[in-house]
Ligand binder design. Structure first.
Ligand code: 9MR
Length: 553
């Protein structure tokens, strides 16, 4: 009995202790959850603005004076929250500032500057000299000296007025045509090309501290027009004309391919002249007839890719031409990162992700599940018909002091067999010779961004190791001899290898133009599989058999 009582007391005691313990744990958990929530509330989620601030760059938007409109309270709120820079979409243009000769009115622009100052935003000036949005009286001028005086007066009055308020000016906008020639503007027609150097000199005189930019569209990749702009600014620089930077407008659509257009390389060549580069009017029209979600995802990808190129080139600003689809000069095609109700679109999240981590290759957007067949690389089984037409596979491989000849190619049951003969000269120092299989699916270029592994079915009758190389269509990368490569030890049997794409990176062969793997592979031209197994001089015959090459999401 005593024992039972003692037991009972002991049980009660331990029950009380356990209950207290549980309560303590519960209180502790509640307090910690509460604290975590409170801390989470204290720590605001990142915005474009906060991430740009942390990087010491500008995220900007073109604005209209809608922040005055009390029926659009979200306009000013989102603008102030997300952007550390603003640019006037229209109200600093010549026709907006000057209604008559010698008459200037800065009220609307002053309002925008006040908004920016209140919200601690920098102001970019757009634009001192442009052939559009000119007051009609300027178009009536027929005399060279008169035009020169009027132009100088405009540039200097405006630059002086905004001195200390505007950190950078688009001094000259869109002075080059698509074919690379000078645009025949009212200024060019009367003053000749010399007006270009003049307007930069005049702007510098009026505001020595503002950064002076040339700005244009369809210059967002390497093409005739961007090359003409490049030559023009190079000449200006070499003549000591004060120009600090070039703005790339980037009015593009969701089919724009940053890799194919060689956007980064383009920015870099301007940087190499000692110029600042900025993306100044980015908007990405939705294109095509795919379901809306797919088009938004494609748009987001282009935004992300553009910003990534911009950051890789150390651009100083990324500016969108507006920010909400409610107010865009291309409103019908929903080109901006916020929808008409000021809700962030996938494009916004893509920008956010890239600002957080520019090496992310695919922005975290709700993209629809990929249809693998469309993007599958060269499956030789499927491609055999094209192969017979000779369109997709060619073989060539030459190295110094060695050569590879292909004796035959055949496709049987979906397996591509290449019979080859390697030769190596005595005394040469290269490690091997090889045969390359260059494949391009039906002549198409396949974008590999977003893929994370390569699956390869391969057998080699003699090779001890295989070198697998993926090349890019980017001519600069090809020229630099820069390509991702991986070495594999092979077994004599047909075997499937799954190679994570990051495996290619450390072995990447890159010249001084080294690019990240993601950039290199984003436009794949060929997959080359080379037999690396010829140790000394001599000739040997061999065979490589490839079942299938796929890139995996
Ligand atoms: O978006 C601007 C639109 O509201 C104006 O009507 C138009 C004419 O002034 O200019 C648009 O902005 C252009 C910019 O000033 C220069 N690059 C091209 C832009 C789109 O046309």
């Amino acid at each position: 009995m005593k024992v039972e009582l003692t037991d009972h007391v002991a049980r009660e005691k331990s029950h009380r202790i356990a209950t207290m313990k549980n309560r303590f744990i519960a209180i502790f958990l509640l307090v910690s959850i509460g604290l975590t929530c409170a801390l989470a509330q204290l720590e605001p989620s990142p915005t474009l603005r906060s991430l740009a601030d942390a990087r010491g760059m500008y995220m900007g938007a073109a604005v209209a004076p809608i922040f005055y409109d009390t029926t659009e309270p979200d306009y000013g709120m989102v603008l102030a929250r997300e952007y550390n820079m603003v640019v006037a979409e229209n109200i600093m243009k010549w026709s907006a500032l000057s209604s008559g000769r010698g008459k200037f009115s800065f009220n609307a622009a002053d309002g925008m500057v006040a908004f920016a100052q209140k919200n601690k935003q920098a102001v970019r000036g757009h634009t001192l000299v442009w052939h559009e949005s000119l007051p009609s009286w300027v178009l009536t001028i027929k005399d060279k000296n008169e035009m020169q005086a009027v132009l100088k007066n405009h540039v200097q009055t405006v630059a002086r007025y905004f001195k200390g308020k505007v950190f950078a000016w688009d001094v000259l906008n869109e002075a080059i045509l698509e074919d690379g020639s000078y645009r025949k503007t009212p200024f060019y027609n009367l003053l000749g090309e010399g007006y270009i150097a003049d307007v930069f000199r005049w702007a510098r005189e009026a505001d020595p501290n503002a950064k002076l930019f040339y700005n244009d569209y369809n210059t967002d990749g390497i093409n005739k027009k961007s090359t003409a702009v490049f030559e023009m600014v190079k000449k200006l620089k070499s003549q000591g004309i004060p120009i600090d930077g070039v703005g790339f407008q980037a009015h593009i659509d969701s089919n724009f391919n940053v890799q194919q257009q060689r956007t980064l390389e383009n920015l870099e060549r301007f940087k190499a002249l000692g110029l600042e580069v900025q993306m100044t009017e980015v908007d990405v029209q939705l294109s095509g007839n795919a379901p809306k979600a797919e088009r938004l995802a494609a748009q987001a990808k282009v935004y992300g890719d553009m910003l990534r190129a911009c950051l890789a080139a150390k651009c100083s600003a990324f500016i969108t031409w507006g920010f909400t689809d409610a107010f865009s000069w291309r409103a019908g095609s929903s080109p901006l990162p916020f929808d008409s109700s000021y809700q962030p679109k996938p494009a916004y999240f893509a920008l956010l992700e890239v600002l957080k981590n520019p090496t992310v290759t695919m922005p975290a957007v709700a993209a629809p599940a990929p249809t693998s067949s469309a993007l599958e690389f060269a499956s030789f089984a499927d491609a055999s018909k094209s192969l017979q037409g000779g369109a997709i596979v060619k073989t060539e491989y030459n190295e110094k002091a060695g050569d590879a000849k292909v004796d035959g190619i055949s496709v049987t049951n979906g397996v591509l067999t290449v019979d080859y003969r390697l030769s190596k000269q005595a005394g040469s120092t290269f490690a091997g010779a090889g045969v390359g299989v260059n494949a391009l699916e039906n002549g198409k270029t396949i974008s590999l961004v977003g893929y994370n592994a390569m699956r390869l079915q391969v057998a080699s009758s003699q090779a001890k190791s295989l070198r697998i190389r993926i090349s890019s269509t980017d001519q600069a990368i090809i020229n630099a001899g820069c390509y991702p490569v991986v070495f594999l030890d092979v077994s004599p049997d047909l075997k499937t290898y799954t190679i994570p794409l990051e495996k290619f990176a450390p072995l990447g062969y890159c010249g001084s133009n080294a690019r990240t793997l993601a950039q290199v592979i984003s436009n794949v031209l060929l997959v080359e599989i080379a037999d690396e197994g010829l140790p000394s001089s001599g000739v040997r015959q061999g065979q490589i058999r490839i079942g299938k090459i796929e890139f995996l999401k």
